[in-house]
Design a protein around this ligand. Structure first.
Ligand code: PLP
Length: 372
């Protein structure tokens, strides 16, 4: 059982993807043309925001928002202690410093009750990550941000279509960054990223930044970068966006089955907070004997992945910050416990049952060993 079967997903929409490819090839416009424009409008509508801007990848999406807000050297940005390193790197790229905040035991998302204590006179923004697809507690996070005059940038790379109180991820902060990396809920056939916001001035600044700081060809207002979404990728994303609701529904069904069928085992199951709808980018269980479980599942033909085995604070890349992992104890523990089970929208009920039976089998075997 593969962890994610992208080939099966693409086979379902193969004719439409072929059509998109030929449309772009025949038109002969490859950079910042009608496909990007149409995708931006469609994605903004999907997220419920006024604006969306296509960029080259999720890391750039995060970076460009911070840059447009003028965040730079001497500034601090609050980030969760347990995320993919891109969340931190975007801050580092601006010259500012990422400041880790520990996460909730239940949701693995940034703990809003710890934010105020992490704020200093240098703090400019918070980047909550909607980890595994469940929105962070944006109600509480926005309250803290309002109290201290901070901006909120959602890292929505894992949460296309997730909701809090009926509002979509991407519309829950001052701006949001999405990744369209192939393995995300909405993935391109290569790299891609996007930003959503209700602030047209911010959108305009990012459109300028992503294209060499230029609004008019060969006129450069600011030292921008080259971070554009390709026409081809935008055309593919338009096809896949039209299927995203159906694919997300199937993800939720699979998650519900895992939830029922793995109850009362040694696996600690993901829990969704009131008012939240996860996009189920990942179904992440916890187990005290995670590495053994993983090995035994592999032996039974079940692929799993650990998201993430080493927190950014413990990566050599961040050695210079000399962070103490014990200062964020929940994140420090989670990295040894979490395990992501296979989750593809194309999995059949029989596929899901195969994973369930393997998990139950492994769990029973390990717990009998513990007793003996
Ligand atoms: C995937 C991901 C990113 C980065 O996206 P890329 O498109 O790979 O640059 C950022 N944050 C989180 C939480 C992610 O999962």
């Amino acid at each position: 059982m593969p962890f994610l079967d992208l080939a099966a997903q693409h086979a379902e929409v193969r004719a439409e993807l072929d059509g998109a490819f030929h449309r772009v090839l025949d038109r002969g416009v490859f950079i910042l043309g009608p496909e990007v424009e149409a995708f931006e409008a469609e994605f903004a509508a999907y997220c419920g925001t006024r604006c969306a801007i296509g960029v080259a990848n999720g890391l750039d999406a995060l970076f460009l928002v911070l840059k447009a807000w003028g965040i730079g050297p001497g500034d601090e940005v609050l980030v969760p202690a347990n995320t993919f390193i891109a969340t931190w790197l975007a801050v580092t790229y601006t010259g500012a410093t990422p400041v880790p905040v520990d996460v909730e035991r239940t949701t693995c998302n940034i703990d809003p009750t710890l934010l105020a204590a992490a704020v200093t006179p240098r703090t400019r923004a918070i980047i909550p990550v909607h980890l595994y697809g469940q929105p962070a507690n944006m109600r509480a996070i926005r309250d803290v941000a309002a109290t201290f005059g901070l901006r909120v940038l959602e890292d929505a790379a894992q949460s296309h279509g997730a909701e809090m109180d009926g509002q979509r991820a991407g519309s829950l902060g001052d701006a949001a960054a999405f990744s369209f990396y192939p393995g995300k809920n909405l993935g391109a056939l290569g790299d891609g990223g996007g930003i959503t916001t209700n602030d047209p001035a911010l959108a305009d600044a990012i459109r300028t930044l992503r294209n060499y700081g230029s609004r008019r060809k060969y006129h450069h207002e600011v030292p921008g970068v080259n971070s554009r979404l390709d026409e081809l990728q935008a055309a593919f994303l338009r096809v896949k966006l039209s299927h995203l609701p159906r694919w997300n529904t199937r993800r939720a069904e699979i998650a519900a089955t895992y939830h029922t069928r793995l109850a009362r085992t040694g696996f600690e199951l993901p829990c969704v907070a009131p008012g939240m709808t996860s996009s189920w980018h990942l179904y992440v269980v916890r187990h005290a004997q995670r590495d053994l479980v993983r090995e035994q599942l592999t032996a039974r033909g079940i692929d799993t992945i650990v998201h993430y085995p080493i927190n950014p604070a413990e990566q050599p890349a961040y050695a210079s910050l000399t962070l103490d992992p014990a200062a964020t104890p929940m994140a420090a523990t989670l990295q040894h416990r979490v395990l992501s089970l296979p989750l593809s929208p194309t999995m059949t009920d029989a596929d899901v049952e195969r994973v369930v039976m393997a998990c139950r089998d492994v769990d029973a075997e390990l717990s009998s060993r513990t007793v003996a």
